[in-house]
Design a protein around this ligand. Structure first.
Ligand SMILES: Nc1nc2c(c(=O)[nH]1)N[C@H]1C(S)=C(S)[C@@H](COP(=O)(O)O)O[C@H]1N2
Ligand SMILES: [Mo]
Length: 518
């Protein structure tokens, strides 16, 4: 021990763990602030934090995306943000830990994390090359701050050379962090000044030349427990892969139709608005809707007939799919035959329930095609329709194992009684909804346990592209029971009891609800 004491002092200055960590944290905050500031000018989604979050979503399987939206609701993106923040903080602490003596290990870590941010932005299709400036400058600023603070802090700890005192380092660090915060706020303000909300507010009323017929009074059985026929925009289910809702101003929007067509055509928002608008009430459904699930909603969409736009381009006979692309890079393939069928009523929608499309439902414009699950039809923020073959292009969810053809399956759902409800024994009211878009519902039957099937009363048919409500009263003795429902569509097909998962082309099976009668 004494020999050690007499040895010449090792000139290996080390930062305290606290100070080293503080320096890494300032470097991290600098990266995020600078990235967000630059993104304000080159495109919001180039903000490294946003791009990394989107990257995580894009590389998650559909059930995970849907599970997150289902269980966490609109908080799912917040949870993701917090998760990424925690991981980044972990890296910062690690960077501090490994670079107490020398800055190099920390610098390497900064570069590794920064490179991931650059890659996440590089992968995006909704921003140009210029967008790479955001993560690149973020990385450069972060590296600079880390190295500078580190160099100044090291001698301060050992008092061998003139450097900043610990207090000075912390003061400089806090100043830089505050500056980064201001930069982030400026970036946010710059991006939102060009946001879609303002553009949407100035669209004005959308008046259809061909209105949808008024809804019959008995279109739903809301008083008996069915959902309202028209889903209010705020309650309309929402499924998309966008971490940040794409902000597209109507003034900047364009739809290009190209590929296997006679002539390439483009439409501006004004071009679409100035056409005679049609209204069409349609029930959208997500392929990930489980039996009994609520990824289904109905709206009165306002827009133009897609066939009219397509005939302006002149789709060639060999085109098998309409490959739609959204500003956020999402892609979607629809059979050309369906898109071009005048009887189908495919729309380019710009309005929903009397308002311009809500930003999260695709403002300024989206595709709506009755009878097909959303992932093969309902592209939001759509800007590009390419006519091509199935071989030439594989849409987003096709690449992830979902089916090429995905017509909506005939299904039904019980809304009352709720699962595990207790009801008085005797005559029990059962109510819910059924759908077979573009075919129409013919009959809904319910039964208690293994009892006989009993026909339910159907709501008035609004059109074949929408859901239909039903209700029935069934005799139920005291005890535990299960009520089941099955629908028959107008092609004569009765829903199979065979349970199938949503993957690859939609769930099947009867909805069964256990309850108690007392
Ligand atoms: N741009 C874009 N459009 C999209 C999606 C998406 O992830 N991105 N998801 C599709 C899916 S899977 C469904 S079910 C519907 C949902 O439309 P909604 O959110 O308006 O209910 O949008 C479709 N359009
Ligand atoms: Mo979906």
């Amino acid at each position: 021990m004494s020999a050690l004491k007499e040895a010449p002092p090792t000139v290996r200055p080390r930062l305290s763990l606290g100070l080293a960590t503080a320096i890494s944290l300032v470097a991290l905050v600098t990266a995020l602030g600078v990235g967000h500031l630059v993104a304000g000018f080159v495109g919001y989604s180039a903000s490294p934090f946003v791009a990394v979050a989107d990257f995580v979503i894009a590389h998650s399987p559909h059930p995970v995306v849907v599970w997150a939206e289902q269980t966490l609701g609109t908080a799912d993106k917040t949870v993701l943000k917090i998760g990424i923040a925690v991981v980044l903080l972990g890296f910062a602490v690690l960077a501090g830990q490994v670079s107490r003596a020398r800055p190099l290990p920390g610098q390497v870590l900064v570069v590794v994390v920064g490179a991931f941010g650059i890659f996440a932005v590089y992968e995006r299709t909704d921003v140009g090359q210029l967008a790479l400036l955001a993560p690149v400058l973020a990385l450069a600023a972060s590296l600079l701050v880390f190295s500078w603070l580190h160099r100044r802090a090291l001698p301060a700890e050992t008092e061998l050379r003139q450097g900043f005192s610990r207090r000075q380092v912390l003061q400089r660090g806090a100043g830089i962090a505050a500056g980064a915060g201001v930069a982030a706020v400026v970036g946010e303000l710059v991006s939102s000044s060009g946001s879609a909300a303002g553009s949407r507010a100035s669209v004005g009323p959308l008046v259809a030349a061909r209105k949808a017929p008024p809804l019959p009074a008995d279109a739903d059985f809301q008083k008996l427990g069915s959902p309202p026929f028209i889903t209010p925009n705020a309650n309309f289910y929402r499924i998309d892969t966008a971490f940040v809702v794409p902000q597209v101003r109507a003034e900047d929007w364009q739809l290009k139709i190209h590929g296997m067509v006679d002539r390439e055509v483009s439409f501006s928002y004004a071009d679409i608005r100035n056409r005679p608008l049609v209204e069409r009430v349609v029930t959208l459904t997500c392929v990930s809707n489980e039996v009994g699930g609520d990824l289904i909603s109905t709206a009165n969409f306002i827009g133009v007939d897609l066939v009219d736009l397509l005939s302006a381009a002149g789709v060639r006979p060999g085109a098998q799919q309409m490959y739609a692309t959204s500003v956020d890079g999402f892609t979607c393939g629809t059979p050309s035959s369906v898109a071009l069928d005048p009887a189908r009523g495919a729309m380019l929608a710009i309005g929903m329930n009397g308002e311009p499309l809500p930003v999260e439902h695709g403002f300024p414009a989206r595709i709506v095609i009755p009878g097909l699950y959303g992932y093969v039809s309902a592209t939001k923020w759509v800007t590009d329709l390419e006519f091509t073959t199935w071989d030439a292009r594989q849409a987003y969810w096709l690449q992830r194992g979902w089916a090429e053809q995905a017509p909506i399956k005939t299904e039904s759902r019980i809304d009352v009684p709720r699962t595990s409800a207790s009801v008085p024994a005797g005559r029990v009211r059962v109510a819910g909804t059924a759908w077979a878009q573009h075919v129409g519902i013919a009959k809904v039957e319910v039964r208690v346990d293994q009892g006989p099937w009993q026909q339910a009363t159907l709501s008035a048919e609004v059109n074949k592209d929408t859901w239909r409500m039903w209700w029935a009263e069934v005799p139920v003795p005291v005890g535990s029971h299960t009520v089941s429902v099955r629908a028959t569509d107008q092609s004569g097909y009765t829903q199979t009891d065979h349970p199938a998962d949503p993957v690859p082309d939609g769930a099947t099976g009867w909805h069964k609800v256990p309850f108690t009668a007392g």
